[in-house]
Design a binder for this molecule. Structure first.
Ligand code: GLU
Length: 289
């Protein structure tokens, strides 16, 4: 029997977890380029943001290595560095970026409603999301995986999830995949992945599923509690979400990404954040669909 429980309040209340900052102190500062609004096509999003001198970027606040708020309330991680790089090419410095927490389920609405200018948040490019927003990128390709307790060797892949309870997040591709393709698993979803950590520790769930690199961040914080089980079993190309139909802005961001792949900024951003735990990958090919 499959039971899908959304917002398991009792567990959520027990799942408060404080994560220490990782990779924060040595992230290189990103200097803004010497550009101004007049350097961009009149009326374009780039001209408007350069003129305003600020940008609002949605990112995760609870995912070590990619987007994690530090004690000063400023997030750090690879996604954060990608966001800073885009801002810098609009002449906007780090101090003029407004970071907004986005969880998986509110990314499209936040873009659609204009609450954020872009989202850089372990955000898989897919056709369903492209109905309502557009994506630049990809700038990284992750894959769905499983995390279990460090002493549990009963799960080595998604086929072992039958009869087990697996925790994930509302509005995420990993939750959608379990629901669609592994109906014998009991899926429990919360708003954020950290809500799954104490339930896994306590034995209230048997596994947590999301992208391998997100799970790697949690394992690196608590190697005595958690381990990755088996290999990744999907491809999750990470894109930068922006307003649907803003092709000029999408092209601009794709140009920034490609330049950063070539001149080493992307590699430096990786190495000072996720690269503290993970190998440095080759940059992916940008998809200018
Ligand atoms: N990359 C997947 C997604 O965009 C999972 C990670 C996340 O929820 O942010 O849904």
């Amino acid at each position: 029997m499959r039971q899908r429980t959304t917002g398991w309040i009792a567990l959520a209340a027990a799942a408060t977890l404080t994560l220490s900052a990782c990779g924060g102190d040595d992230t290189p500062s990103v200097e803004p380029s010497d550009v101004e609004a007049a350097d961009f096509p009149e009326g374009s999003t780039m001209a408007q943001l350069a003129e305003a001198g600020s940008i609002t970027i949605g990112t995760k606040f609870d995912q070590p290595l990619f987007g994690l708020v530090g004690p000063d309330n400023v997030p750090i991680g690879f996604d954060v560095e990608i966001g800073k790089m885009i801002a810098a090419e609009l002449g906007i410095g780090e101090d003029d970026i407004e970071w907004t927490e986005t969880v998986s389920a509110n990314r499209e609405p936040f873009i659609q409603e204009g609450q954020v200018d872009i989202v850089v948040a372990t955000y898989t490019i897919n056709d369903e999301r492209k109905q309502v927003i557009d994506f630049a990128g990809p700038y990284y390709v992750a894959g769905q995986a499983l995390m279990v307790r460090a002493d549990d060797d009963s799960i080595t892949g998604p086929d072992d999830l039958a009869g087990k309870t697996v925790c994930s997040v509302d509005g995420s591709t990993p939750a959608g995949n379990i629901e669609a393709n592994y109906p014998d698993a009991e899926l429990v979803t919360f708003a954020a992945y950290t809500d799954c950590l104490d339930p896994l520790r306590n034995g209230q769930v048997d596994a947590v599923t999301t992208d391998n690199v997100i799970l790697a961040g949690y394992v690196s914080e608590s190697p005595e509690d958690f381990q990755i089980a088996g290999e990744q079993f999907t491809e999750e190309p990470y894109g930068i979400g922006l307003a649907l139909g803003d092709d000029e802005f999408r092209t601009f961001i794709n140009d920034v990404l490609e330049a950063s792949f070539e001149d080493g900024r992307w590699q430096a951003a990786w190495e000072s954040t996720a690269g503290e735990v993970l190998d440095t990958p080759e940059p992916p090919a940008v998809d200018r669909y």
